[in-house]
Design a binder for this molecule. Structure first.
Ligand SMILES: Cc1cc2nc3c(=O)[nH]c(=O)nc-3n(C[C@H](O)[C@H](O)[C@H](O)COP(=O)(O)OP(=O)(O)OC[C@H]3O[C@@H](n4cnc5c(N)ncnc54)[C@H](O)[C@@H]3O)c2cc1C
Length: 462
């Protein structure tokens, strides 16, 4: 066991970074943990990804709050790794650095017309409706008919938020600019498209069933889109989740059309492969899909039969993708930091001493918040193993600057308006008090400068 106190920086205060900090600080190592975050608020996609009308999931923040509130992990917010601090800087102050920077941008979908005006990435829209400070305050909600490409839970979130009447979102924490934008939306029909069949969708049962309970929004499914091959039957047999999803979808096919009386609709289309986004004068005016058929193993092939849908906006919800960090290895194909169980690998395939990764940037943007915990446990187990031996055999060089205040002095000298845990508590209280006035739990503050000023005690509420 090393006799020195180990200094570890974690970059990214989403669930992965917070779980890693928690597990590390409870390990046998004598350790000081600094948790860096580029935003003035912690919690990553739990705050800026999970839909505002999912308060139960947002409630995971309570557990993350308890970890940071203990006081043994130092949060340093509003500091961007790569801009405010480089890897070389980090090496001066920390023996090990863990990257848990997640994924925030949309994966690409290469079909003609995807760059037309009116074609959006789901991740950008999610950032907007969840009040992310780094996206524009307004969103062009001008379309009456909208397409959402993709059949995962993010597609459901996007379709639901687009279709829901704003009154039904008012009890949530949506920011004022989002409520204002959604209130003006002329949308009546949201069409969700999946390339494969109903047994291949990635919706989870609870999230799908929830769709059926949105006030004044009907779910429309099309019997001709329901086909099950041997691969589908096997998927239904082997996964309870698939079985429940297929049952919910099939039940919807059995309803009497006269029951569909809502003013807005979400249409779920399967076996429709997005082929081209159709445009006129540079703007989206339609979507052409190709009918697909199952090939026996749950996969599909095209049939050369095309169908055009009149839509004025398209959202691709085909997955998130990680972004590279300066001087840190990156796998461009997978959008992750190359690693072996969380140990960051260099171009030679060897572990770069002192560098680790966890969460979505480690294993790709799949999985629920809970998965980031087991993932963090693996990374921390390897870090603890390496540090224990590394200082002794010289594979790990101790950082030269060991005074915990040195990094703070440096940020101050650089004029970086960093925020702290106490600062987050101020912002948290501020948002709650804004909500209280309207009988809501919280109203989010969106502009970064305002968030920072509140956190740094420059702005307070009377
Ligand atoms: C739209 C959407 C809805 C979801 N809904 C659910 C749900 O209902 N239930 C569920 O269990 N899971 C849900 N998830 C999945 C869940 O959000 C992820 O599993 C989880 O957030 C991944 O955690 P992470 O810490 O790896 O990444 P993130 O949560 O993305 O956290 C990464 C953090 O790193 C910070 N960061 C990035 N770059 C830098 C930098 N250069 N310097 C400093 N900081 C940086 C970011 O600001 C962010 O705070 C959803 C995801 C999305 C996208």
């Amino acid at each position: 066991m090393p006799t020195t106190q180990i200094r570890v920086a974690i970059v990214g205060a989403g669930p992965a970074g917070i779980y890693a900090a928690d597990i590390l600080s409870k390990s046998d190592l004598e350790v000081e943990v600094d948790l860096f975050e580029r935003l003035p608020a912690p919690y990553g996609l739990v705050r800026y990804g999970v839909a505002p009308d999912h308060p139960r999931i947002k409630g995971i923040i309570t557990a993350l709050y308890k970890v940071l509130q203990r006081g043994d992990i130092r949060l340093i917010g509003n500091v961007d790794f790569g801009t405010d601090l480089t890897l070389e800087d980090m090496r001066q102050y920390y023996d090990a650095v863990i990257f848990s920077t997640g994924a925030i941008r949309d994966a690409d979908l290469n079909i003609p017309g995807i760059d037309l005006d009116g074609s959006y990435g789901a991740a950008d829209f999610v950032s907007w409706f969840d009040g992310h400070p780094d996206v524009p305050r307004t969103w062009p909600l001008e379309a009456q008919h909208v397409a959402v490409l993709g059949v995962g839970n993010v597609a459901l979130d996007v379709a639901r938020i687009l279709a829901k009447h704003v009154e039904d979102l008012m009890p949530t924490e949506i920011p004022a600019n989002v409520a204002e934008g959604l209130a003006k939306s002329p949308v009546t029909d949201v069409h969700v498209f999946g390339r494969r069949g109903p047994a291949q969708v990635k919706f989870t049962p609870l999230e799908l069933r929830e769709l059926g309970h949105v006030p004044d929004v009907d779910i429309v499914v099309y019997p001709e889109d329901f086909d099950f091959d041997e691969g589908s039957e096997e998927a239904i047999r082997s996964s309870n989740q698939t079985k429940q999803v297929v049952k919910t979808l099939t039940d919807w096919t059995l309803r009497d059309p006269s029951e569909l009386t809502a003013s807005r609709r979400i249409h779920l289309h399967f076996l429709h492969k997005p082929h081209e986004v159709l445009g006129a004068d540079g703007k989206v005016v339609g979507l052409r899909t190709e009918r697909t058929e199952l090939t026996g193993d749950g996969n599909v092939r095209g049939t050369d039969q095309f169908e055009d849908f009149e839509i004025q906006a398209v959202y691709r919800a085909v997955g998130y993708f990680g972004s590279p960090l300066p001087d840190v290895p990156f796998d461009d194909g997978a959008g992750v930091i190359p690693n072996d169980g969380g140990r960051v690998l260099g171009a030679d395939g060897e572990h770069i001493p002192g560098l680790y990764t966890t969460g979505w940037i480690k294993r790709g943007p799949v999985g629920l918040i809970g998965h980031t915990k087991s993932d963090a446990a693996e990374t921390i187990r390897h870090l603890v193993e390496d540090v224990t031996s590394g200082f002794e055999d010289g594979t790990l060089t101790p950082a030269p600057e060991r005074d915990p205040n040195a990094i703070i002095e440096r940020l101050e000298n650089q004029g970086v308006p960093y925020t702290t845990w106490q600062g987050w508590e101020l912002l948290d209280a501020y948002e709650r008090s804004l909500g209280e006035e309207q009988g809501r739990e919280r109203v989010k503050v969106v502009p970064r400068e305002e968030m920072t000023e509140i956190s740094r005690g420059v702005t307070a509420r009377a």
